[in-house]
Design a protein around this ligand. Structure first.
Ligand SMILES: Cc1cc2nc3c(=O)[nH]c(=O)nc-3n(C[C@H](O)[C@H](O)[C@H](O)COP(=O)(O)OP(=O)(O)OC[C@H]3O[C@@H](n4cnc5c(N)ncnc54)[C@H](O)[C@@H]3O)c2cc1C
Length: 434
């Protein structure tokens, strides 16, 4: 029997170390600089954070999403899931452990598709955590349908000239390079229509027109950019993965990214439940602890059940990725956890807010941030509805239509067939086909 829910003792020790390290060291950095995880570090920040990064490296926990050939540990997705549950509870932990989105996804595609020169130039500093990067795909007229992207490039000798606009290009203002998805053959089928270009941030013609903020971000922290690409002239060696290959490159990136978000969300949702439990055991009303009220017990129970099922789905998906080593074969599982990531986070955050009363809605506690992340996770990397469609399409592949006008489970017909087979004669009248 191969199903085994135990964690190897050696890895459990690393998880215990990580939990202690994040709770007692990294959480303090979160409190000091909650909005700075993508910015260049100040000297003061570097003096505190670089030694923490070194501790992570010494424990062999740096960049655990990558194989040893790329400076990672090669633990695989299942172990990464357990680790990310802990890192997900902190803003700075992903950067301090070298697993910060969207840089992880960007690193993965450069590792998969990059030339030796591209890897040397972009991958090494990215993996060392020295720079951050930007993935520029979504356009103002729509993100969920890549078929309507219009940012395009025309060939000019051994160069390409890019024109168009992108939006929601996260962290553009701090990024050292941009990975941009561009139409290079408007008449081709969607899977061959676009090409991925890697542009150094200083390339002439990249104009950040506007930086806008997510809820809770101040003017200095606005992380989302509207970018205009104005006659950006770039050598063909900037192409990542070949002309017309952008769709395949994006799928590779988004597959892993969605799973990693789900892993981190498990940690955040668990934290919300832990705090709900503390509140329920601490707060009295009408002479009773909240924990003694049935409606509160239902909130706690539903939260536990939803998170426990979601966690199993995430772990199973991670296990399948390790086993099959091909994101395409795990599309259904990834789409399913993408849908649940948003739902579970939203539902548990809402209950945590309700249980804490007014203070739950304030900036004094993390729950509005959790709720916001649940809402964002229902949109970023593709809206929930699109992933529901993927789940339905993928699951339907395992089924076929009946050739009868009646459902195959029609009891009288099945009974008649069983009687014929087991008793030699049928007594039940079948429902006629015509
Ligand atoms: C915090 C954050 C960070 C992001 N970072 C990046 C980034 O770094 N780079 C980047 O390129 N993009 C990024 N995005 C953009 C994100 O990928 C898009 O928001 C997403 O793909 C949806 O596109 P849209 O917002 O244009 O919504 P639309 O495509 O306009 O969709 C809006 C709504 O329409 C409905 N809908 C859409 N399609 C369907 C369908 N097929 N069937 C049924 N209903 C449908 C859904 O309800 C959907 O929510 C980020 C988004 C957020 C919120």
């Amino acid at each position: 029997m191969a199903i085994d829910f135990e964690v190897e003792p050696e890895f459990q020790k690393l998880l215990d170390w990580t939990k202690d390290f994040v709770t007692n060291k990294v959480a303090k950095v979160d409190l000091l600089w909650p909005h700075d995880t993508y910015k260049d570090m100040t000297a003061q920040q570097a003096a505190i954070i670089n030694p923490l990064k070194q501790e992570v490296r010494d424990m062999k926990l740096w960049a655990c999403h990558l194989g040893p050939d790329l400076g990672g540990q090669g633990y695989g997705q299942l172990k990464l899931a357990l680790l990310n549950e802990i890192l997900g509870t902190s803003r700075w932990a992903p950067r301090i452990f070298g697993t910060q989105a969207p840089d992880t996804g960007n690193a993965e595609i450069i590792a998969h598709f990059g030339t030796a020169e591209q890897k040397e130039r972009y991958l090494k500093p990215l993996l060392d955590g020295d720079i951050v990067s930007c993935f520029s795909m979504t356009e103002p007229q729509g993100g969920a349908d890549p078929g309507i992207f219009t940012t395009s490039a025309v060939k000019d000798g051994d160069h390409w000239i890019i024109n168009g606009r992108k939006v929601w290009s996260s962290n553009a203002r701090w990024a050292k390079f941009f990975i941009v998805m561009v139409v290079t053959d408007a008449d081709a089928v969607i899977t061959e229509k676009m090409t991925m270009f890697m542009l150094p941030a200083e390339t002439p013609g990249i104009e950040i027109q506007y930086n806008f903020g997510m809820a809770g971000e101040g003017p200095e922290d606005t992380s989302e950019a509207l970018i205009k690409y104005n006659n950006v002239r770039i050598h063909e060696s900037a192409i990542l993965g070949g002309v017309g290959q952008a769709f395949a490159v994006a799928q590779t990136r988004l597959g892993g990214g969605r799973v990693h978000h789900a892993m981190r969300t498990v940690g955040n949702a668990q934290r919300a439940i832990d705090l709900m439990a503390e509140r329920a055991l601490s707060r009295y009303t009408k002479g009773q602890l909240l924990s003694e009220k049935q409606s509160v017990q239902m909130m706690l129970a539903d939260s536990y059940i939803e998170l426990a099922s979601f966690r199993l789905l995430v772990l199973h998906c991670a296990w399948k990725i390790d086993k099959l080593n091909d994101y395409k074969l795990v599309r259904l599982d990834i789409a399913a956890i993408k849908v649940q990531t948003a739902r579970v986070m939203q539902a548990i955050a809402l209950r945590a807010i309700q249980l804490h009363g007014a203070i739950g809605t304030s900036q004094e506690l993390p729950f509005m941030g959790f709720l916001n992340s649940g809402i964002v996770l229902g949109l970023a990397d593709g809206p929930t509805e699109v992933h529901q469609i993927t789940v339905a399409r993928q699951m339907l592949r395992k089924y076929k239509a009946t050739d009868s006008v009646w459902p195959s489970a029609l009891i009288p017909n099945l009974t008649a067939a069983a009687e014929l087979e087991l008793l030699g004669e049928s007594f039940t009248q079948i429902v006629p086909e015509n």
